[in-house]
Design a protein around this ligand. Structure first.
Ligand code: PLP
Length: 394
């Protein structure tokens, strides 16, 4: 079995799992309790906060623990919207290829009277700082642009976009769920005001994540209750999960260079192999992408069938994002970079992890080639294209 869907979720690392289990067994006190049992849990929590902060160049007090990336995205955007509205600013800039945690939050705000500008994405899957600058207005409350796209893996020029926002005095949030633990991220160097991350995308547990908010930003509380997290998120803290996330992140960040050195050649080998398939194309810039992401379109086939047949061959991959699979709509990300519906339907995302071997890469290439050829064999769309009825796009 080859697991090539690490952008959907990752396996917990051994160290992370051990942290979690040990704490569940021994350190089950409530961090808000004053006796030693609780204070031990509190120490673990604050150590995790310092470790997470250190991993992204932040201060511990700038880290708020959440249930994951979605919650962090919601809280960051709603905070900026409320702060903006208080100053009469109700315009928000984002992009057409964000995760739904961002897009759906923006939709909700739109219904509440905010004006949302979604920037087009260049066909290479990169948003330009100039586009952001052109869209900024007097009443812009927030710019939110993802660090790495979850489907096509392209890395955005976040530092430059952040600099544009600083220049114009506009808050800047980035959904860095696919970046943190995969490439180097530093909130100071990258001019970031708010950042979302998720534990289960870097070999930590599901249901964990964090929001970085630069000192001075008063976060709007989404959950009422106790005074945990300085009153910014009520509810007894998930101490074992949070500490396990911190363990996974510390490990991932210490290992970033080796991760890149190991995965990049394997990724490029798979890209070269899949490029040999006629009427296929990579989605997103070939170079400016995270080490683990390969995303292709194959003309004349259905992504879902491709996935099921790859599953039969022992390969776990994805088409579009996990959230849209099961629906007949093609991926909004692929549409945003200009793929037409028919082509966008025939997409494949392989997100490889560090356990991948060279033989795995060979097997993936061979299997995808076989399955694409097999599916095209009885695809009416493909038959028409070959017969000259209609134009090949790729
Ligand atoms: C997975 C993901 C999320 C959601 O994170 P959860 O922890 O699953 O809520 C948000 N944004 C991006 C880019 C993601 O890949």
């Amino acid at each position: 079995m080859i697991y090539a869907d690490n952008a959907a979720t990752t396996k917990m690392s051994e160290a992370s799992l051990k942290t979690m289990i040990d704490l569940m067994e021994d350190t089950y006190g409530n961090p808000s309790s004053l006796y030693t049992f609780g204070q031990k849990a509190k120490e673990v929590l604050e150590k995790a906060r310092a470790d997470v902060a250190g991993a992204i160049g932040a201060q511990p007090q700038e880290i708020l623990f959440t249930s994951g990336g979605s919650e962090a995205d919601n809280q960051a955007i709603i905070t900026a919207a409320k702060l903006g509205a208080a100053k009469g600013k109700k315009h928000i800039i984002s992009t057409a290829f964000e995760h739904h945690a961002v897009l759906h939050t923006l939709n909700k705000l739109k219904k509440e009277g905010y004006e949302i500008t979604l920037l087009d994405v260049h066909e290479n899957g990169i948003v330009l700082p100039e586009q952001v600058e052109e869209a900024i207005r007097e009443d812009t409350a927030l710019v939110t642009v993802m660090y790495v796209n979850n489907e096509i893996g392209t890395i955005q020029p976040i530092r430059e976009i952040g600099a544009v926002c600083r220049k114009h005095g506009v808050l800047f949030h980035t959904d860095a769920v696919q970046a943190v633990g995969h490439i180097r991220v530093n909130v100071e160097d990258d001019n970031i005001d708010m950042l979302s991350a998720s534990g289960h995308k870097f070999h930590g547990p599901k249901g964990t994540g964090f929001l970085y908010a630069k000192k001075g930003i008063r976060l709007v509380n989404l959950i009422e209750g106790g005074a945990q997290e300085k009153g910014r998120r009520a509810g007894t803290e998930n101490v074992p999960g949070i500490a396990a996330m911190a363990t996974a992140l510390t490990e991932a960040v210490a290992n970033l260079d080796a991760y890149k050195a190991k995965l990049t050649p394997v990724r490029d080998k798979i890209i070269a192999g899949l490029n040999e398939i006629p009427h296929s194309a990579i989605n997103g810039d070939e170079v400016r992408r995270v080490p683990g992401n390969v995303n292709f379109c194959f003309e004349g086939i259905e992504g879902e069938s491709l996935l099921l047949l790859l599953d039969d061959k022992g390969i776990a991959a994805s088409s579009g994002s996990a959230c849209t699979s099961g629906s007949l709509d093609p991926s909004h990300v692929l549409l945003a970079i200009g793929r037409v519906h028919d082509v966008a339907h025939g997409s494949l995302r392989l997100s490889i992890g560090e356990d991948i071997t060279d033989e795995d890469a060979d097997y993936i290439i061979k299997s995808v080639k076989e399955v694409v050829e097999y599916l095209r064999g009885f695809s009416p769309v493909w038959r028409d294209l070959v017969a000259g009825k209609g134009q090949f796009i790729l």
